[in-house]
Design a protein around this ligand. Structure first.
Ligand code: C2E
Ligand code: CA
Ligand code: CA
Length: 679
């Protein structure tokens, strides 16, 4: 059974009533006591006085032994109010006369007096008085006091009931308010009556309720904001992941394909060639490799413009593909040079049939703009395994056969060991290049790089040029690949390095610390003594290694990753930083990058240049910057041709920029002038 609960009001009223009753009882008792005591005293005094009067009056009768007189006196005494007993005794205590009857009890008062005459006792008298009227007086008095007390209790009860009601109404309001808050309802206001402490308490309660509501609203709003932000974040992460996946696929595709024609590029061709050689060894299956080069394409390009040239190349690619089998591979090696991998073709005659078919197809005029253009081409073929069983040998021999076919204007030739290179333009160029390097005829142009955060010129890239006595100023594309194919690339690289180091030192001595970047071919990097050679050249030039940076293309790194890694480690070991050039065109894995001790990556200009127009390119650029930074590398964007591109790169957090918008490559003197004008 639950304990009986009394409301606060009941307890309060009961408490007050109890106290009242106790106090009133005390007043009643003490009042009645005082009343009866004082009445008793007064009566005692009177009875004593009456006894003395009785003794005096009885003196004569006692002295004279007049019993009759004594009896009269006794009767006389009995007539007095309240006297119920009177008696007289002689000196020896013998009763002489008495009237009435002595009793014991409440309100009965007794007194004796001696009858003395000349100091001689003649007897004594006694009277007893009974207070008959005092009983009713006492009853009346107690009734009145009780009536007053009851009235008072009722008044106090009523007052405390009213007070309690007032108190409880406010307390109940607060109690209800607390219950509403407990059930989660906030912000409501309780009605306020009066100005006392209770009213102030309710005002305080209302303030609390309002503030709780504000806090709750704030918390709810923040919660919603957090939820929304989370959702946005998740969506962004999802979008970024999707974008990255697309960008990755795109990167992969681009790394393996020629952007103009969509054909596989040199890398993919080499891969397929490698596969074909492996399969050939395993299953003794032959194949043919052909190189096809357009005749006079340069004239078409110069005459009709690059756009027409591009259109023509695309048409050529389409026609080649249309005439090949599914299992064949047609790749664009660069410029107007194509390679064809033909599995199952086992002899020169079969190869020629395919080649002639292609050459015929190309001869059919095509409309470029309002011109009908027809091209001829030259084709050289090698057979596996009779003309070589290594990819590089097969390619070189096919190239030589193609060249021979072109020189002799036969259209097609199959490789023959006797083919000699005399009369080859390339050979002449090669001889000239060798002489130019030896005589120091090559010149360097410098293209500045800018720190995107500070706007300061941070360095320059050294780009080689060959002022050819007959052909004019040759761009590196014309002779660097040739040098790479021969033994000239080593001397060329070291010549450029020496020049660049000397220039860096000259700038440093004039108080301009500019890091000079030098391009290094894959072939050089794979050379075992390369790092040592670089160190020696820098020492000879007296330049701090920190002022020289080497740029290696991503594809070069991937050609021989182990050696590249060793070389880069050795170089950075003595303070020469290495940057990955043309980043995004190769196919290096994140894991490989992390192992390389490179300091910088240089985003290939093909992505940077198109960033303003191609959303895909800007995604790729952004991904490369993020990737570089996540590996702790600096990132430089090259091919910056407009202020807009530069601003986008800066916005993406790219560290450096290089490009025509900042300055074109220029000779050392022109570079100095440019620097001064900028300052
Ligand atoms: P790279 O290392 O990618 O050099 C940048 C090329 O982009 C340079 O062409 C430069 O003139 C060009 N360039 C710079 N800014 C812009 C721009 O805003 N827009 C465009 N469209 N192009 C820009 P360059 O001087 O013709 O060099 C071509 C390539 O030749 C170089 O590409 C590099 O791979 C190679 N190369 C140049 N010098 C050397 C060298 O000394 N040694 C070796 N091994 N290769 C070199
Ligand atoms: Ca470069
Ligand atoms: Ca580059």
């Amino acid at each position: 059974m639950p304990p009986m609960t009394l409301s606060f009001r009941t307890k309060m009223i009961a408490g007050i009533a109890l106290i009242q009753i106790l106090f009133l009882l005390a007043i009643l008792m003490s009042g009645l006591t005082v009343l009866s005591q004082s009445r008793a005293q007064a009566l005692m005094t009177r009875v004593k006085g009456d006894a003395r009067l009785f003794a005096t009056a009885s003196a004569n009768a006692l002295v004279s032994d007049d019993i009759g007189a004594l009896r009269r006196i006794v009767r006389q005494v009995m007539r007095n109010r309240g006297v119920i007993y009177a008696a007289a005794w002689d000196g020896d205590g013998r009763p002489l006369a008495h009237a009435g009857r002595a009793i014991e009890g409440a309100h009965v008062y007794r007194a004796q007096a001696s009858v003395m005459v000349d100091k001689t006792s003649y007897g004594k008298v006694e009277i007893e008085v009974r207070d008959r009227r005092f009983g009713p007086i006492l009853v009346r008095a107690s009734h009145r006091i009780l009536a007053i007390a009851l009235g008072e209790i009722m008044l106090v009860g009523l007052a405390s009931w009213l007070f309690g009601r007032y108190l409880m109404r406010q307390v109940a309001a607060i109690e209800a308010g607390v219950a509403r808050i407990a059930s989660g309802e906030l912000g409501f206001q309780l009605p306020v009556a009066g100005h006392d402490e209770l009213a102030r308490m309710i005002i305080g309660f209302n303030t609390m309720s309002a503030q709780l509501k504000t806090l709750q609203d704030e918390a709810t709003r923040e919660h919603h904001e957090v939820l929304a932000a989370n959702e946005r974040l998740e969506r962004r992460v999802y979008e970024r992941t999707e974008e990255l996946a697309v960008a990755n696929r795109e990167l992969e595709y681009r790394a393996m394909h020629d952007p103009l024609t969509g054909l596989p590029n040199r890398i993919l061709l080499q891969d397929r060639l490698f596969q074909a050689i492996r399969a050939g060894h395993r299953e003794a299956t032959p194949f043919a490799l052909m190189i096809l080069d357009l005749d006079g394409f340069k004239d078409i390009n110069d005459g009709l413009g690059h756009e027409a040239g591009d259109l023509l190349l695309q048409e050529v690619a389409r026609r080649i593909v249309a005439r090949l089998r599914q299992s064949d591979t047609a790749a664009r090696l660069g410029g107007d040079e194509f390679a064809l991998l033909l599995p199952g073709v086992a002899n020169g005659a079969d190869a020629e049939i395919v080649a002639r078919k292609l050459l015929d197809a190309l001869r059919v005029p095509t409309a470029i703009g309002d011109q009908a253009v027809s091209v001829t081409a030259s084709c050289g073929a090698v057979l596996f395994p009779s003309h070589g069983d290594e990819g590089s040998t097969l390619l070189r021999h096919a190239d030589r056969a193609m060249y021979e076919a072109k020189r002799t204007r036969q259209g097609f030739l199959s490789f023959a060991p006797a083919m000699d290179e005399a009369g080859d333009d390339r050979l002449r160029l090669q001889v000239g290049l060798e002489r130019a390097i030896r005589h120091g005829d090559l010149v360097l142009h410098y293209q500045p790089t800018v720190n995107l955060a500070t706007g300061e010129v941070s360095g320059a890239e050294a780009l080689v040029r060959w002022p050819h006595p007959v052909l004019g100023m040759l761009a590196p594309a014309r002779f660097v690949p040739l040098a790479e194919r021969t033994d000239l690339i080593g001397p060329l690289t070291f010549f450029v390095l020496r020049q660049a180091a000397t220039q860096a030192r000259a700038w440093a001595e004039r108080g301009r610390r500019l890091a000079v970047a030098v391009n290094v071919s894959a072939v050089s990097l794979s050379d075992s003594g390369f790092a040592d050679r670089v160190e020696r050249i820098l020492q000879e030039a007296g330049v701090a290694p920190g002022l020289i940076e080497l740029e290696v293309t991503e594809t070069a790194l991937m050609r021989d990753p182990e050696r590249a890694q060793a070389a880069i480690r050795a170089l950075s070991g003595f303070g020469v930083h290495v940057a990955i050039d043309d980043f995004g065109t190769g196919y290096s894995s994140m894991a490989y990058l992390r192992r390389l001790a490179v300091a910088k990556i240089k985003i290939d200009k093909s992505f940077v240049m198109d960033m303003g127009v191609s959303r895909n390119d800007s995604v790729i650029v952004r991904s490369i910057i993020d990737l570089g930074h996540s590996l702790g590398l600096k990132v430089i964007g090259e091919g910056v041709e407009s202020a807009e591109t530069m601003a986008i790169l800066a916005g993406l957090g790219c560290d450096y920029a290089q490009g025509f918008h900042i300055a074109r490559p220029m000779g050392a003197e022109a570079f100095d002038t440019w620097l001064q004008q900028r300052a």
